[in-house]
Design a protein around this ligand. Structure first.
Ligand SMILES: [Zn+2]
Length: 292
């Protein structure tokens, strides 16, 4: 089973962080249109985790996703990382986002991905809050270490139920592979940009469960410039030292070829489903329950 997911926030962040550069908006519009077109051509439905502000500020984007038959999930209201929120704030944020998204998409929103995979061992209570908001399915667990976020000791990278104080969510953790003894992701973000197509394709073939995850910026070709300290800290919520900025810069630009082209090739050679469909295809009686 291969799940296809996108996190949708670029228009909002472009406006907030850079004042809305016309050329950048054009690039985002273009790649979004091309993604929808490619999925239509293959008859593939995915899950698009949108921030609530996309529904309030750019409703045409959320509407198009729904009209093309994809699942609209929630990616927080304003892309605030969950480690910056307490339970009360997360509840308000999630309810606001779900309401905004449902109003525009015309579908019930029950799937969630935290910005920057920010459900970690430090905030397991998020499960209880999200479940209380009506969320049933989650794809926020990144079961190894990463620059920020990551649930380092999470015991598995396949579907399971996660529980906290009696509340549960169906979890679709990021799938991992081992390279030189290190557990790494391969099916999204910087890893997807970095790894060659054959490696990603072969890894997908070898595993029963894969979840692909993209932000639209991952799929825009061309150099990404070095962020200023302020831009970096606004975006990543971590100290914008020169070292940190250079590492992110190198990662962002470490693309061996065209990521959009790689995605289109994968869509031609593999089948994909949305998270809603994956919930139906999973035999939950055979999966583990993991208490956080
Ligand atoms: Zn995001």
């Amino acid at each position: 089973m291969n799940i296809l997911t996108f996190d949708i926030e670029e228009w909002f962040l472009e406006q907030k962080l850079y004042g809305g550069r016309p050329q950048r908006f054009q690039q985002i519009d273009d790649v979004f249109a091309r993604v929808l077109e490619a999925l239509d051509a293959k008859g593939i439905k995915g899950t698009f985790f949108c921030i609530g502000r996309m529904a309030t500020d750019y409703p045409q984007v959320v509407r198009q996703i729904a009209e093309h038959g994809h699942e609209v999930g929630c990616h927080s209201h304003e892309h605030t990382w969950l480690n910056k929120m307490d339970a009360h704030t997360l509840r308000e944020d999630t309810m606001t986002a779900i309401k905004a998204l449902e109003d525009v998409a015309g579908q019930q929103v029950v799937s969630y991905r935290a910005p920057a995979f920010s459900i970690t061992h430090e905030n397991p209570w998020a499960v209880e809050v999200l479940a209380a908001c009506g969320i049933r399915n989650d794809a926020s667990i990144f079961p190894t270490s990463r620059a920020y976020g990551g649930y380092q000791h999470f015991p598995q990278d396949k579907p399971c139920t996660i529980g906290y104080h009696g509340a549960t969510l169906r979890e679709f953790p990021i799938s991992l592979t081992t390279v030189l003894g290190k557990r790494i992701a391969y099916s999204g973000g910087g890893y997807f940009r970095l790894l060659p197509y054959w490696f990603v394709s072969r890894t997908l073939d070898r595993r029963d469960y894969n979840i692909c995850y993209f932000h639209l910026v991952d799929l825009i070709s061309g150099k990404i410039k070095l962020k200023s300290r302020k831009e970096y800290e606004d975006y990543f919520h971590e100290p914008g030292t020169l070292k940190n900025r250079l590492v992110r810069y190198a990662k962002a630009n470490a693309t061996s070829g065209d990521a959009y082209g790689k995605l289109v090739k994968l869509l031609s050679t593999h089948s994909f489903v949305s998270m809603a469909e994956a919930v139906k295809q999973t035999d939950w009686s055979k999966t583990n329950t993991i208490e956080l």
